[in-house]
Design a binder for this molecule. Structure first.
Ligand code: CS2
Length: 488
């Protein structure tokens, strides 16, 4: 248990945690959630906002790993947040997490009861892109997915976030009918609309009146969330212990920068997060596009091309001159012109400069292979929207073709020095099958672009695009990544 009296170098909660009530529930308690949403509530509590005491978090997991939950419980839900950037290190103990739950291994009844409790007014989500079971090209729930079929057949013990949400809303509807706000915090364009489409479609299959009630009473604001939060390593835990003088087995390490832009559409009240820097807007789309294409689009280029070049972390990649120039060119010449409708106060040039500095942060050690995970669920919204626009406007899309070439090569599981790469993706078996079948660049591109879960027909049928990608695969194989990106 962390002893607040004897901790060193740490900022502690300046509020009485006994007064804190749970008003928001979160599904998907990973490092990101603890560095972002809980951090903002904590900041609000520290600012002496009395209403903030109604918005303590209860957060947990619907997956099988219960260790984090046990660790947090043993610390009375307190944990250390360390932030590092050029100005140095900062440590604070976060107190806004009031309670935690474990709902893995099918133990979801307790969670459903909690969400249906009328004291919960907001549910937030970080369940990753694949956790929505939505086909991102059609934005429709994948009702033929075995997990969704299983939940539809057994709504009293659902396992997916969508099934759990609908089961909880059903219980709310049947008991007190208090409206709820469902706030997705995952990196998808229109994440609120995606969550809404999935929930309503699922609910419609269970009970049409329930679906109608949800549609008329609950809201699904979209949000843009941003903070770079690498996975915690043993080394991070050790470094934090050395600094604060105690062992915290579940700390989070992140950067100083954080941003949260939310569509202001809450069904039943919300914390006054605007007092601590959260931006509430009526039109979220430009902000989502800005972040998804400029930050996440760059991240995926860095991840696949960097990892294939043998570079392990984002700061390693961006401190390589060729990559720095390549990524800057991508941001300013490809991504920025496609972001329309931003308020005049937001400059894409300043945003790009800030991103390059954030990527260069040497403290984060953000692994390229971590970002490379789940490419099949990330590439559509990070690259393919831009690629589609460039093709339509007959503009040069070589940078994105190089990105796709790098991704295909990455999916071979070996980098350009023949070292193994870690692949973790819902389609990894398909990638493996393609690579087992052929080494030929043209056939590889044909097969990869035929993956319907990622590419629509217009890409699969685009002969010129496929030719350019296969040309870059061959160029990378013969000259290596740096030589290819340097001449772009
Ligand atoms: C990253 C994001 O892992 C990834 O795919 O691109 O998690 C990124 O670090 C965050 O979106 C930053 O806000």
């Amino acid at each position: 248990m962390l002893n607040l009296q004897t901790l060193k170098n740490c900022q502690l909660p300046n509020y009485d945690r006994n007064k804190l009530k749970t008003g928001i529930l979160h599904i998907g308690i990973g490092a990101f959630h603890r560095a972002h949403q809980i951090y903002y509530i904590d900041k609000l509590l520290n600012s002496n906002n009395t209403d903030a005491f109604n918005w303590g978090y209860i957060s947990g997991t619907i997956r099988s790993n219960s260790k984090l939950i046990d660790d947090l419980k043993s610390n009375d839900c307190l944990y250390t947040l360390s932030t590092n950037d050029e100005s140095g290190y900062n440590y604070r103990i976060i107190g806004a997490l009031k309670d935690v739950y474990f709902a893995g291994n099918g133990q979801t009844q307790g969670l459903i009861n909690t969400i249906s409790n009328h004291s919960i007014l907001i549910v937030t989500y970080t369940v990753t892109e694949k956790g929505y079971y939505v086909d991102l090209s059609t934005q429709k729930l994948n009702i033929s997915h075995p997990d969704i079929i299983a939940d539809l057949n057994n709504i009293s013990a659902p396992k997916t976030a969508i099934g759990i949400t609908v089961a909880s809303l059903k219980k709310r509807y049947e008991t007190h009918k208090e409206a709820l706000t469902l706030l997705s915090c995952d990196n998808m364009p229109n994440n609120g609309k995606i969550l809404k489409a999935a929930v309503i479609e699922f609910a419609n299959k269970i009970d049409k009146n329930l679906a109608k009630w949800i549609n008329e009473n609950c809201t699904f604001p979209s949000a843009m969330v941003d903070r770079i939060v690498p996975a915690v390593t043993d080394e991070t835990i050790k470094n934090i212990e050395n600094a604060i003088g105690q062992n915290d087995s579940s700390p989070v390490a992140t950067e100083e920068f954080a941003q949260w832009v939310i569509e202001d559409n809450f069904a039943n009240g919300r914390p006054a997060l605007e007092k601590v820097g959260v931006e509430f807007v009526s039109d979220i789309e430009p902000f989502e596009k800005l972040k998804l294409t400029m930050l996440n689009g760059s991240h995926s280029l860095i991840a696949y091309l960097g990892a294939y070049a043998g570079l392990k972390t984002v700061d390693n990649v961006i401190s390589t001159k060729e990559f720095y120039n390549f990524i800057k060119k991508y941001m300013l010449e490809i991504a920025a012109p496609l972001v329309k409708g931003l308020p005049a106060s937001v400059s894409t040039n300043i945003y790009a400069d800030k991103l390059l500095t954030r990527f260069a942060n040497p403290y984060l050690k953000h692994r390229t292979e971590q970002i490379a995970m789940d490419g099949s669920k990330k590439i559509p919204q990070r690259w393919l929207g831009s690629l589609k626009s460039l093709i339509k406007e007959k503009k040069n899309y070589n940078i994105l073709a190089i990105g796709l070439a790098g991704w295909i090569l990455f999916c071979s599981g070996k980098d350009q020095n023949n070292h193994s790469l870690e692949i973790s993706d819902p389609l990894q078996a398909n990638y493996k099958a393609i690579w087992n079948e052929t080494n030929d660049a043209k056939i590889l591109v044909d097969r990869f672009l035929a993956l319907e879960e990622i590419f629509s027909k217009e890409f699969a049928d685009n002969f010129e695009l496929k030719q350019i990608i296969s040309k870059y695969i061959e160029a990378i194989r013969s000259k290596g990544v740096l030589e290819v990106i340097k001449n772009i």
